[in-house]
Design a protein around this ligand. Sequence first.
Ligand code: AMP
Length: 282
Amino acid sequence: MEVIHTKAALNNFVSQLKYKGNKIALVPTMGALHAGHISLVDQAKQFADVVICSIFVNPTQFTDTKDLEKYPRPLEHDLDMLSASGCEAVFMPSVQEMYPKPEAWHVDLGPAEFVLEGQFRKGHFQGVTQIVKKLFDCVMPDVALFGQKDFQQVLMIKNMVELFTMPIEIVTCPIIRETDGLAMSSRNMHLSTEDRKHALVLSEALLFVAERFSEDSIGALIEQAKDFFKHQVGVELDYFTISNITTLMPAESKTEGDLVALVAAKVGATRLIDNIILTGKN
Ligand code: AMP
């Protein structure tokens, strides 16, 4: 596996592959890899000849400097996982390489930028799309794979790709969960033993809503889901919503297009997100 640190070296690597007619898939990550990330690499192989994974903890998408500082960076473990996964190259640039000077450009991502995660983490999706655009410009992938785990993020990236008419296929991959239902996340490693038990309330509330979906009204489902959190010590709910799959606006009835339930909560000091598609697919 090639380990590449600069845009120039990456450009060289990619140009040769493209010259030989290879189709390239990109899997962008922030590292601290787990089976969820590797599932993206595995699926990428079905879409391309060569898989490039990036590891970059992007400072511009963090709204909390403490969160950025404590973001896990187990580099050796990540490289071992990637080389075992059959990924051909990993791009691991420095912050200076990606942001040689301050940048203040802005992408119009539509109204869905400002709800849910966008409301709790102001400017987050500008940072996400900024780095993803830079990665797309360097790698020039034919296809890029993202996890449904970050539901709103995929939507924002699709909106950016459409806005700039980028010739890149965006593939959304299913959420990989621990056997007890907790969605895998790099942040799970911050959970204490107690937090880890408490964190199950997110997936349990989502599953409850999916199972009761045909029985109850949207309002009743949300109330019952919120009750899960009222009775759970050590967990502070940021939001639990049932929203339209493309606008992310809260749904009032089941006839408002395809729907997704989304949740965010602080479990101890760790903020977790999760979701489940209720109707349709993304
Ligand atoms: P991150 O390193 O957290 O930025 O995630 C990199 C990519 O992996 C994103 O597209 C995430 O949505 C995806 N991802 C993270 N956790 C999971 C999971 N549990 N299952 C599937 N994909 C995931």
